[in-house]
Design a protein around this ligand. Structure first.
Ligand code: 9Z3
Length: 336
C-alpha cells in the first residue's frame, strides 16, 4: 500500500523527523490496521459524495465546513456478526451540535452511528415526544396535541432550509472498522480547505477491537467450559495522524469522557499534549448534559448550566459551541 493510501501526504511527513517509542508503536498499529482490515463497501461512494460536498462549499467565500462525528461504534465478535460490543452513546451531543453549527452558517458532514439521533428529526423521535402522538387526530380535522405545533413548525422550517441549501451531508457507520476508514477518507478530503475545516469528534469510539484475522467467521457457540474468553487488540489512536498528517491546518476539537471527575481535566490536558490539537471538551458521563470543561493550551473553562437553565431543558451545546466557533474564527484569521 502506498503512502497516499495510508494518509501520509507529503506536506508534513518529514521523513527525517525523530519519533519516540510511543509514536512508533501508534504508527505501527495504524499501519497494520489499514493494511489488514477490510474497507467498507460503500467507501468509494461516500468519498465521491464528500468530495462533491466539499468542492461545492469551498467555492462559497467564507463558508466553513465542520465534520461532526456522533454516536457509538460497535465491535463485532464474529465476521458474520451475531454479537457485538456496544456503548451507551445515543448520538445526542452530535445531533444537537450539528443544529447549532448549521444555525451559525457552517456546512456539516455528519458522520453518525446508524439509527442514532439525527439533527432535526431528533426532536420528534424520542418516545416522550413522539411524532405519531403529535400527528394523532382530535377527530375534528385537527391534531390532538396542538401545543407542539409552533415548535414543530420551527424545526420543520430549519430542516427545509438546510436541505434545500444542501448544507448537511449525513454518512453512517456501525462498527469501529467502518468508522475509522470513513473518518480517514473524509478527513483527507476536508483537509483541502485548510483552516476553514473544523473537526468536532464527539463519537464514542471503541478502544479495543478484534482484528479481522483473529475473528471467527461463524456464530460463537456456547458449551465447552461455559466461559467466553475474548482477546481484544487496541484500536489505533487516529487523532495523532489526523492532527499531524491528514489535516494539519484544520481546527480540531476532540471529546474526553470520564466517569471520575477528579481525573477529567488532567486526562483532557494529557490528550491535548499528546495529540497537539486545538481543544478538548471534557465531560463526565452522569453530568454531560449540563456541565463540560473546555480545554485549550492556555485555558480551562468550566461551562455549566444553572438550575433555571436545567429546568428549562437548555441545551449546553448552545452555550459552548459559540465559544468553539470564535476560537475557530481566530484560528482562520491568524493563518492569514
Ligand atoms: C463524548 O464525550 C460525548 O460527549 C458523549 C456524548 C459520547 C459523552 P451522547 O451521544 O454522549 O450525547 O449520549 N464523546 C467522546 C467519547 C470518547 O470516546 N472519547 C475518547 C476518550 O474519552 C477520546 S476519542 O478517551
Amino acid at each position: 500500500m502506498d503512502d497516499e493510501k495510508l494518509g501520509h501526504r507529503s506536506q508534513s511527513s518529514a521523513p527525517h523527523q525523530r519519533i519516540n517509542a510511543d509514536e512508533l508503536r501508534h504508527f505501527c498499529q495504524l499501519f497494520r490496521f489499514f493494511l489488514a482490515q477490510q474497507a467498507p463497501l460503500n467507501l468509494q461512494t461516500v468519498a465521491k459524495r464528500v468530495a462533491a460536498f466539499v468542492e461545492k462549499h469551498s467555492k462559497i467565500s467564507g463558508r466553513k465546513i465542520v465534520l461532526v462525528t456522533s454516536g457509538g461504534t460497535t465491535v463485532p465478535l464474529e465476521t458474520q456478526t451475531v454479537r457485538f460490543i456496544d456503548n451507551f452513546s445515543a448520538g445526542t451531543r452530535g445531533a444537537i451540535s450539528t443544529e447549532f453549527f448549521l444555525d451559525h452558517g457552517y456546512a456539516v458532514i455528519f458522520l453518525h452511528r446508524q439509527y442514532s439521533l439525527l439533527p432535526y428529526s431528533r426532536h420528534y423521535s424520542h418516545s416522550t415526544n413522539c411524532f405519531l402522538d403529535f400527528m394523532a387526530s382530535d377527530g375534528n380535522g385537527g391534531v390532538k396535541a396542538p401545543q407542539y405545533t409552533p415548535k414543530m413548525l420551527q424545526v420543520l422550517n430549519k430542516y427545509t432550509a438546510v436541505k434545500s441549501a444542501g448544507l448537511l451531508e449525513t454518512i453512517s457507520f456501525v462498527d469501529v472498522n467502518e468508522y475509522l476508514f470513513l473518518l480517514r477518507e473524509i478527513t483527507l478530503t476536508l483537509s483541502t480547505i485548510n483552516e476553514r475545516a473544523l473537526f468536532y469528534l464527539a463519537a464514542a469510539v471503541s478502544d479495543f477491537y478484534i482484528p479481522i484475522g483473529k475473528m471467527v467467521h461463524h456464530k460463537i457457540q456456547s458449551g465447552g467450559e461455559g466461559l467466553l474468553k475474548l482477546e481484544l487488540d487496541q484500536v489505533p489512536k487516529v487523532l495523532s495522524p489526523l492532527v499531524k498528517e491528514w489535516a494539519p491546518r484544520a481546527y480540531v476539537v476532540s471529546f474526553k469522557l470520564e466517569t471520575d471527575p477528579s481525573i477529567l481535566v488532567q486526562k483532557a490536558q494529557g490528550a491535548l499534549k499528546n495529540y497537539g490539537h486545538q481543544a478538548v471538551i471534557g465531560n463526565i458521563l452522569s453530568t454531560r448534559k449540563h456541565h463540560v470543561v473546555l480545554i485549550t493550551s492556555s485555558e480551562v473553562k468550566d461551562v455549566r448550566l444553572n438550575e433555571f437553565q436545567i429546568a428549562e431543558n437548555t441545551e449546553i451545546e448552545g452555550v459552548f459551541i459559540p465559544e468553539i466557533i470564535s476560537r475557530h474564527d481566530a484560528w482562520i484569521r491568524q493563518s492569514k
